[in-house]
Design a protein around this ligand. Structure first.
Ligand code: BGC
Length: 460
């Protein structure tokens, strides 16, 4: 190892988490889960454990045409999904959410969504057809029913005025009514619930949905008697034993200070330059929105300390948010001793003067950041598996980091196995478009349940 790499190795050791530290993360997260689930402690709990009102996975009898809207990152999607038991066909269109809309008023955002929906329906000649719709809205919401969700706070770079505290389905309906399109909003779901549902549609053992993308979060099937925030009439008509999908919102883990033993000064810096300072601290150590920024902060710091790049940076290196998270995947896809992709990333950052030792050290930094992220997510997944105590569980996973980072899946599979007793077996299953298809599936289950109740004479 070169002198330069040795020095960078020593300077970044705190990024390497031992199994003892990860074990402690598991114990702490378990405590946070319990606090979030209890009525008395929920108001002050960091991890909110929102009940979702989704209590049943698809049974394969769902059928028909459904619309889905998917809002949760920099893109917004409209989908038309045709379900027929286990088969499905989908057609979708991606629309950008411009920065001025992400930071504008709530009305602008929902009018933009309605306009995109109208464009989609026009181009598919769907006008005049009344379709059930599932809305994937991937932000922390307190749900008051399957079609009522109040946004608690924005995350992931969104900060639209006048939406926090409001029911997002109401805002959506009011913007849609202005364009005169007829839609029945049947369900609002988080992307984690969508992921769980779409994986459960394929494999009935799926009980957990995880996202490692722009943000991070998970949901899982919890026994209803442990979820104190459920309304008292919830278990009527539900499956036996009663259960419900709980949206953990684990991204906020650590917001009460419990993760300080694994956070570093660079984590503080990333937090300082974010839109939601002091919030979503676990998410900021893991997800795609922050991974590049974390690497940038470290490389900039070590350059200032003359440990890298002969002390010479670039304007981009010293400007927050200029290092894309995708560069981390490029850099880590270079085989050992090779620098082709790393050099491309250096050129993008105006750091063409990096020599091989610099690039090897930067590769090590990227590897440490993504490995730390994968290990923290693994500890969180292990917390859920240990809690569920099932013999075999399929964990549905989605998100750009999990999908596109070259080693993330393998790192997770290995570390979860180390942190979970061997009697609780598991598999990680890549979800196929969970956030789009999952919303349509929840809408389809709702339509099917209403039809079943009607057939049984229980409702008009
Ligand atoms: C949001 C979650 C979402 C996750 C993944 C987080 O920032 O709070 O609701 O599930 O990102 O998209």
């Amino acid at each position: 190892m070169s002198e330069k790499r040795k020095k960078v190795d020593i300077a970044t050791r705190d990024l390497v988490l031992s199994n003892d530290q990860l074990e402690k993360v598991v114990v702490l997260l378990e405590q946070e889960f319990n606090e979030g689930l209890k009525r008395e402690t929920n108001p002050i709990a960091a991890v909110k454990m929102f009940p979702t009102f989704v209590r049943d996975v698809p049974n394969g009898r769902e059928a028909g045409k459904f619309l889905a809207l998917d809002l949760g990152g920099t893109n917004f999607r409209v989908l038309l999904i045709e379900l027929n038991g286990k088969d499905f066909r989908s057609d979708s269109q991606i629309f950008a959410v411009p920065q001025h809309v992400m930071l504008g008023s709530g009305q602008q955002l929902f009018d933009h969504i309605a306009a995109c929906l109208q464009e989609f329906m026009d181009s598919r000649h769907l006008n005049g057809t009344r379709l059930p719709l599932g809305f994937t809205f991937s932000f922390p919401c307190r749900q008051e029913g399957l079609t009522k969700a109040r946004l608690v706070q924005w995350t992931k770079g969104f900060a639209c005025r006048g939406v926090e505290g409001q029911d997002v389905v109401q805002l959506l309906r009011s913007s849609i009514s202005k364009i005169g399109v007829e839609i029945d909003v049947m369900a609002v779901v988080n992307d984690t619930t969508g992921t769980l549902m779409s994986c459960a549609h394929k494999n009935a053992e799926c009980r957990v949905g995880v996202i490692v993308g722009t943000g991070t979060n998970a949901c899982y099937m919890e026994s209803a008697d442990r979820v104190e925030l459920l309304p008292s009439d919830f278990s009527d008509r539900s499956v036996d034993p009663p259960q419900v999908v709980v949206n953990t919102e684990w991204g906020a883990f650590g917001d009460n200070g419990v993760l300080e033993f694994v956070r570093t000064d660079w984590d503080d810096e990333v937090d300082t330059y974010s839109l939601n300072k002091g919030r979503q601290l676990f998410e900021k150590m893991i997800s795609g929105m922050y991974m590049g920024e974390m690497v940038r902060s470290i490389v900039a710091d070590l350059t200032r300390r003359q440990l890298l790049l002969s002390g010479v940076g670039s304007q981009k290196l010293f400007t927050p948010h200029c290092f894309q998270s995708a560069y981390v995947s490029w850099i880590e896809s270079d085989p050992n001793g090779s620098f082709a992709k790393t050099r491309d990333a250096m050129k993008e950052m105006d750091l063409g003067h990096a020599d091989d030792d610099d690039m090897a050290a930067i590769q090590m930094i990227c590897e440490r950041i993504s490995t730390r992220a994968a290990h923290l997510v693994s500890a969180a997944v292990a917390t859920i598996l240990r809690r569920m105590r099932r013999e075999y569980t399929v964990v549905g996973v989605d998100g750009s980091v999990y999908r596109f980072h070259p080693h993330f899946h393998d790192l997770m599979a290995k570390k979860i196995a180390e942190l979970t007793p061997s009697e609780f077996r598991f598999d990680l299953m890549l979800s196929e478009d969970g956030s789009g298809r999952g919303a349509a599936l929840v809408a389809a289950v709702a339509v099917r349940q209403i039809a079943d109740l009607r057939a049984a004479g229980l409702i008009e």
